[in-house]
Ligand binder design. Structure first.
Ligand code: MN
Length: 248
C-alpha cells in the first residue's frame, strides 16, 4: 500500500512524524506537507504564484503552499502513481463540528477524497502534543482494520482523539459533527507603531454537543470518527427557495 501523508501544522510538526511512523508499518510512505504552519487554511489552492518542493533531512517533502496544494500537487503530478490512501495530521488540536470548515488538516484529507483516494484526517483534541501516542495508537488501529477490511469506495473520515493516556481511552465511536457557538470576538491590540491591529478570536465553545456528536464522544473519553461528505446543498431548503422564487 502506498500512503501519502500531509498536515497543516508544517512538515516539522511532531504529529506528522508520529503519523508517518505508524503508516510505515502498513506500506510505503511519502510525506508532502506545508513549509510552515498553515492551520486554518481550509481548502485554499495557491493560484497566483508557483510552488517549490524541497526535501528535508527527514526525507519529508515540503512546499511553500497550503495543505490542499500539497495533496493536489502530489496526486496530480509530483508522484508518478496514485496513492492508495491519504492521511492528514496528526493535528495539534481538535477539528470537531464547525472546525472542519476552516481546518487545513481536514482540507488535506478532503483533497485526497476529491481526487478519488480514500482519506483520513487525524487530530489530537487538545493542543500541546501531550498524549500524541494515544492518537498514534488510534491511527494504527484504524489502519489495521482498513488493511484487513477495506471500506467500499473512496471515503473521507475525520478522526479526533482525546488527549488522555491510552489506558484511559474507552474506544472508538462513530459520530456526526456537532456545532459550535458563534466565534469569540476579534481581539484588538496596538502595534509597536501605534496602529490598531486585530487577532482573529478563538472558536466558539461547543453548542450542539449531545450524544452522537464528535464533541460528546471526545468529552467522554472516546476517539471520534465521523464520515464526511462535501455536498453543501441544504436539501431541506430547496422547496422553500423554489416557492419564494415562483412568487410574483
Ligand atoms: Mn493545525
Amino acid at each position: 500500500m502506498r500512503i501519502l501523508i500531509s498536515n497543516d501544522d508544517g512538515y516539522f510538526a511532531p504529529g506528522i512524524e508520529a503519523l508517518a511512523n505508524v503508516a510505515r508499518e502498513f506500506g510505503e510512505v511519502t510525506v508532502v506537507a506545508p513549509e510552515r504552519d498553515r492551520s486554518g487554511a481550509s481548502n485554499s489552492l495557491t493560484l497566483d504564484r508557483p510552488l517549490s518542493v524541497r526535501v528535508a533531512a527527514s526525507g519529508f517533502m515540503y512546499l511553500n503552499g497550503t495543505p490542499t496544494d500539497c495533496v493536489h500537487l502530489a496526486v496530480t503530478g509530483l508522484l508518478d502513481y496514485k496513492p492508495d490512501l491519504v492521511l492528514s495530521g496528526i493535528n495539534d488540536g481538535a477539528n470537531m463540528g464547525d472546525d472542519t470548515i476552516y481546518s487545513g488538516t481536514v482540507a488535506a484529507a478532503m483533497e485526497g477524497y476529491q481526487l478519488g483516494v480514500p482519506s483520513i484526517a487525524f487530530s489530537l483534541a487538545k493542543r500541546g502534543q501531550e498524549h500524541l501516542a494515544t492518537a498514534a495508537s488510534v491511527a494504527r488501529d484504524l489502519l489495521r482494520r482498513l488493511t484487513q477490511r477495506p471500506l467500499q469506495g473512496p471515503m473521507l473520515l475525520n478522526v479526533n482523539v482525546p488527549a488522555c493516556p491510552l489506558s484511559e481511552l474507552r474506544g472508538v465511536q462513530v459520530t456526526r459533527l456537532g456545532r459550535r457557538h458563534l466565534a469569540e470576538p476579534t481581539v484588538p491590540a496596538r502595534s509597536p507603531r501605534g496602529d490598531t491591529i486585530y487577532w482573529i478570536g478563538p472558536a466558539g465553545a461547543a453548542k450542539e454537543a449531545g450524544p452522537g456528536t464528535d464533541f460528546h464522544a471526545v468529552d467522554h473519553g472516546w476517539a471520534s470518527i465521523t464520515p464526511l461528505d462535501i455536498d453543501l446543498t441544504a436539501a431541506n431548503s430547496l422547496g422553500q427557495v423554489r416557492s419564494w422564487l415562483d412568487q410574483q
